[in-house]
Ligand binder design. Sequence first.
Ligand code: RRO
Length: 298
Amino acid sequence: MQSLSGKVGGLSLRNPIMLAAGILGTSGSSLKRAALAGAGCVVTKSIGIEPRDGHPGPTIVQVDCGFLNAMGLPNPGYREFQEEINLARLGGVPVVASIFGAAEDFGEIALSLKADAFELNLSCPHAKCFGAELGRHPEIVEAVTRDVKEKAEVPVWVKLTPNTADIVELGLAAQDGGADAVVAVNTLKAMAIDIEMGIPILGNSYGGLSGPAIKPVAVKCVYDLSANLKIPVIGVGGVSSWQDAVEMIMAGAYGVQVGTALYRGYEVIHNITEGLLRYLERKSLTLEELRGMAQRGS
Ligand code: RRO
């Protein structure tokens, strides 16, 4: 009898399919709904120290094969957000708090916010002084990770940017800082232009591309990180079907996050977990045997 349960990045999960950080993680009730829809764990929207309104609109635009967003890290600040995490926990699965800030802010949040794990957002592609502006420097990734590891009592995951020449270098830096897992990848820097007006569509001019268009990029990042890191890699980027999840796991992923595909409804989580289980049964494979299969075959 195949099972999807197991340990991922220091958390015991009923299955490896997770709600990715993003717009569905802004409220406890939406996180709880994703948990009740079958997710193995849920990741919150990125939370900082102080409340932020985010970038001016439009903040999201649909493009071929995905979405462009430049939300700009809107959030109520960690002091206000604890009650949303407490509500989300009623969903019965671990709640991972995505956190961001200046390099010195992460430790303060990790000391105060109570969650089952932290995911360090060192990869938002369009926020001045935050996200990838820090996370493209391996020495900052290592220092922030080490600081949070010293202060947090729960596992620490580091979400990496694909907007770099060498994501493995960033993954190794997170590992050296003591990370329990890396999460690959955040969105790719991108832009759409309104050809009638002759101006960029997003209020912030550019943003991050998510959805099916970025899945092959994410699979390659997961593959390279898995081949070179000792800590688990969690795959995210354009996963919208159980076949995509199988591909990520074959590349080496211990967990698979789903974000943009949720615009079709929460049932996509159930469809992916069910499809993955049926696939393992049909192939008489365990999750462990599936994981990294493409590494061994190449
Ligand atoms: O809030 C955002 O605009 C945002 C974040 Br924090 C992120 O990590 N990635 C992204 O595409 N958008």
